[in-house]
Design a protein around this ligand. Structure first.
Ligand code: PXG
Length: 304
């Protein structure tokens, strides 16, 4: 079951959850979103996601008509109504309905949407055997045009790269910036392991500083192998020992082939496996409680 909250009303049926065709989120991609996971009845890194949402709103000058705490509580309420201990939250705030024309003053109030539904960005197989990717020819938006930390409703740059991946017959594309430096996947960050050192591109190349990226950086530090931020080119990916992508939707997914070059022995590597194990442990225990242990036990009992 999916539960959707739109501007004060909860909908249990997917087909009832609708917004106006005059909404500038639809007409111009004028809005922002967050994707958040719920693991074991707890919202993972909820405050990091909420802060990023409010920061994106600040830059886009979109007024979120709820206090930070109110929106957190509304989100928790939506997850509770959905009733699943492991699920996904999509928070969306648009400029709201207005006349035709870009002028944001045409929109008198923003639209707040909270969707709670399951998500699978990739099929199960590549998580086991690794995934092939390409490096897209579509360049990452320049930071001076649109800051990559604004998680806006306009993903066309990334969608063009994804279309290249689809045409190449692979599930994902990695994007380079106008200088040729590796930035990120279309909805995930990139990590590389070379000679035991874990590396990831620095924020200034034009990445979304992912919350899963931050969690992996924490896990690696706890394992005594701190991540280094490094400028990388396609060559660095081809000659690496391991590559994996991270994101709320994707979680941690290994990459074993880039542009037809097999990475190392073509199998998910040991550093990836250890990071994944420790990341999974973190997601089970960390987070904002939505369902108490008693409630979780009752759900488990009902499921058996
Ligand atoms: N880069 C980009 C461009 C993203 O869109 C990430 C990195 C990873 O960030 P987090 O904070 O999630 O670790 C993202 C995340 C979807 C979907 O439905 C996309 C994202 C997250 C969840 C779902 O495709 N983007």
């Amino acid at each position: 079951m999916a539960v959707v909250y739109i501007d004060g009303v909860f909908y249990d049926k997917k087909e009832d959850a609708k917004i106006s065709v005059w909404d500038h989120g639809l007409l111009y991609g004028d809005g922002l979103f967050e994707g958040i996971r719920v693991y074991n009845g707890k919202i993972f890194r909820f405050d990091e996601h909420m802060k990023r949402l409010y920061d994106s709103a600040k830059t886009l000058a979109i007024d979120i008509p709820h206090s930070y705490e109110e929106l957190k509580q509304l989100t928790i309420d939506t997850v509770r109504r959905n009733g699943k201990p492991d699920t996904y939250i999509r928070l969306v705030v648009t400029r709201g309905p207005g006349d035709l024309g870009l002028d944001p003053r045409k929109c008198k109030h923003s639209t707040v949407i909270i969707i709670v539904d399951d998500i699978a960005l990739f099929p199960p197989e590549p998580y086991e055997v690794g995934m092939k990717v390409i490096i897209a020819s579509t360049r990452k938006n320049h930071m001076a045009a649109l800051n990559s930390n604004v998680k806006s409703l306009n993903y066309l740059n990334n969608i063009l790269a994804k279309i290249e991946a689809v045409h190449a017959g692979v599930p994902e594309a990695v994007m380079i910036n106008i200088h040729g430096y590796i930035t990120e996947g279309t909805a995930d960050n990139v990590f590389v392991v070379k000679d035991g050192i874990i590396k990831t591109p620095p924020p200034h190349v034009g990445i979304l500083v992912g919350i899963t990226r931050n969690a992996v950086i924490d896990v690696a530090a706890e394992m005594g192998n701190p991540v280094q931020e490094a400028l990388m080119t396609s060559h660095d990916l081809y000659v690496s020992d391991e590559i994996f992508l991270t994101g709320t939707g994707a979680e941690l997914i290994p990459v074993v082939n880039v542009d037809g070059r097999t990475i190392a022995n073509g199998k998910p590597g040991p550093v990836y496996r250890q990071l994944l194990e420790n990341f999974r442990k973190k997601t089970k225990v960390e987070g904002t409680v939505v369902f108490t242990q008693e409630e979780l036990d009752a759900m488990q009992g009902a499921a058996v």
